[in-house]
Design a protein around this ligand. Structure first.
Ligand SMILES: Cc1ncc(COP(=O)(O)O)c(C=O)c1O
Length: 386
């Protein structure tokens, strides 16, 4: 702890304020028992890191450069980035990245970088893209065209090809979904690259939104092509999703040669202003580093296998009740028909049009699924009443 100068006794909460915190804690602990609809893993214990919370840490600036603000965890952040470099097989000699506040910031960074490199570019993204991307495109004033999706959630490659053909004068910036939000569908980067080749497009950029599946595909035996060797130029992955963190966070990885073209030097912090956020979280790099070191690659492989098995178990249980549930290959997002609003609310299920999903992140158990399905049973008249 920083040395305290004040001789005054420390301030204390009133009993009412203390009770308010206790109530909130109780409510959250209850809600955490029925948390099936979002891809955020609650199965973690970072208590050995709590001692770092006593410092005003800040990872302001470029993690790879020295800065005058020394209360940071840049060294640990760089180790996290190196691990993600390996997961996404980014070239060791040409990679850069930083830890973001979450997937949205990483996607914004990727589109920003692409737009700076290809100022006349048009961003193509599918109907199934996360809702935040439309806002990012508005913020960046980036020209953009929405492409149709296939029934499983992947981008419609024919529509993509025909649309790019019509706009051949503008370099394409492809926003590829590596695991869509509702259906966990993975856009095929190889097919997208083939479209570019068939249309003889000389300059283009591919950003991968791998919010959840960026921590799945590196650990399965037969992943869809999604990484740097497959042809992406940048990728955004959330840290609080599959890995799990009490504070939202993520990672963006890009090619250093591209990033160098847009970097600006800032004297106030004595470093390069390469990141979107100025002040940045220095605790989340510690959490993610800790999780990655604790589990290791083999731990994540085993974890993903269990998550996929749990997804299949859920599909079987739905089928046993005559409900058609399904998932995409290498996805832990189990899609099923939209249930009634009460049930969706009770289990915190995300719904969209006629579908809902559960996501079998590591904290989801067979017991949760059984209980959900019991409640999905048609209830006798009046049974739903409070
Ligand atoms: C595919 C996809 N992209 C982006 C996001 C946004 O990520 P975040 O909530 O980490 O900002 C999500 C969130 O669910 C997502 O599913």
């Amino acid at each position: 702890m920083l040395e305290k100068k004040s001789a005054h006794p420390p301030p204390q909460l009133t009993a009412a304020d203390q009770a308010r915190l206790d109530d909130l804690h109780r409510t959250i602990a209850e809600q955490a028992q029925r948390f099936l609809g979002y891809p955020c893993n609650g199965d973690f214990d970072y208590s050995p890191l709590y001692r770092f919370l006593q410092f005003p840490l800040n990872n302001v600036g470029d993690p790879f450069l020295d800065t005058t603000f020394r209360l940071n965890t840049h060294a640990i952040e760089c180790e996290v980035l190196e691990m993600f470099r390996q997961f996404t097989r980014a070239p060791a000699a040409d990679f850069w990245g930083y830890m973001t506040n979450g997937g949205t910031e990483g996607n914004m960074y990727g589109i920003y970088l692409a737009r700076e490199l290809l100022p006349n570019g048009v961003v193509y993204y599918s109907e199934d893209t996360h809702y935040s991307v439309a806002k990012i495109l508005r913020l960046l004033h980036a020209r953009n065209i929405m492409i149709k999706s296939l029934a499983n959630g992947e981008i419609d490659y024919l529509d993509l090809k025909e649309t790019i053909r019509i706009h051949r004068d503008a370099p394409p910036i492809i926003f590829a979904n590596i695991g869509t939000t509702m259906k966990g569908a993975v856009d095929d980067v190889t097919r997208i690259k083939n479209i570019m080749r068939e249309l003889a497009i000389p300059a283009y950029y591919i950003h991968a939104d791998a919010a959840l599946s960026g921590m799945i595909l590196p650990f399965v035996d037969n992943p869809q092509p999604f990484d740097f060797p497959a042809g992406i130029d940048s990728v955004s992955i959330s840290g609080h999703k599959l890995i799990g963190s009490p504070i939202p966070c993520g990672v963006v990885i890009a090619k250093k040669t591209n990033v160098d073209r847009i970097a600006r030097s800032v004297e106030y912090v004595g470093t390069l202003d390469t990141t979107l956020s100025g002040s940045r979280n220095a605790i989340t790099p510690l959490f993610i580093w800790y999780a990655l070191r604790m589990h290791g690659e083999s731990g994540f492989r085993a974890m993903i296998r269990r998550c996929l098995e749990m997804a299949d178990y859920a599909i079987e249980q739905f089928a046993a009740q005559g409900i058609k549930a399904w998932r995409n290959r290498n996805s832990i997002t189990v899609v099923f028909p939209r249930p009634d609003a009460d049930l969706a609310k009770r289990w915190q299920l995300a719904v969209h049009n006629d579908i809902a999903h559960i996501i079998t992140v590591p904290h989801v158990t067979a017991g949760h699924i059984k209980q959900l399905l019991q409640e999905l049973q048609p209830r006798p008249a009046g049974a739903g009443a409070p």
